[in-house]
Design a protein around this ligand. Sequence first.
Ligand SMILES: [Fe+2]
Ligand SMILES: [Fe+2]
Length: 154
Amino acid sequence: MPVLEWSDTLVIDNGVMDGVHHAFLDVLNRMAEAQGDDLIPAIDAFIAHTEDHFAQEERWMEATGFPPMHCHYNQHQGVLEVARDVRKLAKDDPRYGRLLAEAVAQWFADHVATQDTWLAQFMVQEGYDPKLLDDPKAVPAKKADCEPAACGSC
Ligand SMILES: [Fe+2]
Ligand SMILES: [Fe+2]
């Protein structure tokens, strides 16, 4: 049974982000349902996908100077840290794969509604063309003037 299914509440209206998030739910649900010898490869696939997903958003945050980038970045890194720890535990107790997926599903719905939505809106506001999101020449790089501990506003 999936831990999270795609719905309108997850739509950000940014084609690139929505596509990545759709794929994120696929690897998340595969991890939730994996059994036996399939579990560790499913966790590895989840971690690999999530590293790319988060790194892409972090490139956009740096390029646009997204004000709460440190808060957003810290959330990403926290999820990856937990996932890597759980991978070790899941070798001895396969229930951890499902528990990780359930916890990430809860976190993700909130993350999309806040940090990812704010990032998408900020990119539009700053004239960062969503079609050129990964082109470093799309906008001049900016530096966020937040303190690293800043979270949510600057
Ligand atoms: Fe995201
Ligand atoms: Fe994010």
